[in-house]
Design a protein around this ligand. Structure first.
Ligand code: ASP
Length: 445
């Protein structure tokens, strides 16, 4: 059986609902349908979840929430009217209003978008509605209780039926609604896929699969047909935003492929995310680079102290300073007696001088410097493994385009090479790798 999750843009209007219906009904094995709250119908429109967060803020400041409530009501009324749905929306909204008036918690309020979308979609698809609060079980520490979720689900489903489940929320052991982090419907889909042992987890969105590079930087970049979970992690960590990070683990555990598809272009083959691409790689030529991503605006602290490379505990003491300020460290390139700590610039804006002072005081370095003009470009690809010269070729590509390399980092799994350049060179760096390893290599393949 297939678990299909439809994101906010796929359920943003009656027209989008109709596309979902066509997709779902074209394959009987699409048995579990997970939906987000309605997304934006147009640029000026608002996501229902954003409206609900705003509504809660109005309630908590004692400001009238009527106008925002009205926008949400309108959204669902328009969809129901256009699709001739019978659901009693007045009753649903009266119940929500009553909860708001009796101090409902924020999680309950913001989960109503998914709840209402799923109620409408269930009727439209002639499927059964399963409330996420009766299936997705959280522990009090916020972790998902997979065992309980499985029992909840198994006790409610019947073979051969189709179910629509709201994404993004579940319930704590006391029954109280708890939401996941933003974009959490991806996680709901992955959890359902795990507990029902789905053949495949489809994630329907508004892009045709995962692209090799950011389309804002590269014009019409190629689509990635197949990518491994680890490659995807490398891409998303460095900025490519496709799927919620926490949606990988539940499916990876059961080796369930994720298929990223486009609701607006259902015949496009999309991107498969697999645990193991070896079968695929035997059939098709494997390219050196799977994807190119990265981010601007990093900062680096470089500490030089003679003989520090042989001083046991020096690196730990340095990193402890960042830990004390709850700063996440991105990368720590080290050469003899020189340690560089790379962090996101925004994260250290408030404490950079304090950190510099602490480094001076606690480590007594010969030199410490701070630099802000740093962008990291990550070149990710399973095809690089054991290919002598792959990273050399990237670096020479940068050299021939007169892009100065500030930092180089490659992990021992040889899955990605991260290169630091100045912010100004960021786009050019991505362009030159794309041109050489995707366009030209692709043409010769
Ligand atoms: N509606 C929620 C959000 O906007 C969850 C989701 O769409 O996945 O974050």
């Amino acid at each position: 059986m297939i678990v299909s999750k439809f994101g906010g843009s796929s359920v943003a209007s009656a027209t989008q609902f109709a596309k979902v219906k066509k997709i779902v009904e074209s394959d009987e094995s699409r048995q579990f349908i997970v939906v987000s709250a309605c997304g934006k119908e147009s640029r000026e429109d608002h996501k229902v979840t954003d409206l609900l967060y705003l509504l809660h803020a109005h309630v908590s400041y004692g400001v009238s929430y009527e106008s925002i409530f009205g926008l949400v009501v309108d959204k669902y009324k328009r969809i129901c009217e256009a699709l001739s749905l019978q659901i009693d929306l007045d009753r649903e909204f009266d119940a929500i209003r009553l909860m708001i008036e009796t101090n409902a918690l924020i999680d309950y309020i913001v989960s109503r978008g998914e709840y209402l979308t799923a109620r409408c979609m269930a009727e439209y698809l002639h499927a059964k509605f399963l409330d996420a609060k009766d299936c997705i079980a959280f522990q009090y520490d916020g972790q998902i209780d997979l065992e309980k979720t499985k029992n909840n689900l198994m006790s409610q489903i019947e073979m051969g039926e189709r179910y629509v489940i709201p994404g993004f929320y579940g319930a704590l052991p006391n029954g109280q609604v708890k939401v996941m982090s933003r974009g959490g419907s991806d996680i709901t889909g992955a959890i359902i896929a795990n507990v029902v042992d789905a053949k495949i987890y489809e994630n329907w969105t508004d892009v045709s699969g995962i692209l090799v590079a950011d389309p804002r930087i590269i014009n019409h970049p190629r689509q990635i047909p197949v990518i491994t979970y680890s490659e995807l992690r490398g891409m998303s960590y460095m900025g490519a935003n496709v799927l919620h990070d926490d949606a990988i683990f539940p499916v990876k555990e059961k080796h369930i492929p994720i298929h990223i598809l486009n609701t607006n272009e259902p015949d496009n083959c999309g991107t498969y995310i697999l645990d193991d691409c070896r079968e695929y790689d035997k059939k098709y030529p494997i390219s050196t680079v799977t994807g190119i991503t990265g981010r601007r605006n990093y900062a680096s602290f470089t500490v030089v102290k003679s003989h520090s490379s042989t001083e046991i505990g020096f690196l730990r003491k340095l990193l402890l300073i960042f830990e004390d300020y709850h700063i996440s460290v991105e990368s720590v390139p080290i050469t003899v007696d020189t340690f560089t700590v790379i962090v996101q610039k925004d994260a250290i804006e408030q404490c950079k001088y304090e950190i510099l002072a602490k480094i001076q005081k606690q480590l007594q370095p010969d030199e410490v410097s701070y630099e802000e003009d740093l962008a990291l470009v990550a070149v990710v690809g399973r095809g690089m493994k054991q290919v002598p010269g792959a990273s050399g070729q990237f670096l020479s590509e940068f050299g021939s385009h007169k892009i100065n390399i500030k930092v180089i980092n490659q992990s021992a799994d040889e899955l990605s090479v991260v290169v630091g350049v100045s912010n100004e060179d960021f786009n050019r760096a991505i362009h030159c790798i794309y041109q050489r390893f995707i366009k030209e290599e692709g043409e010769h393949a």
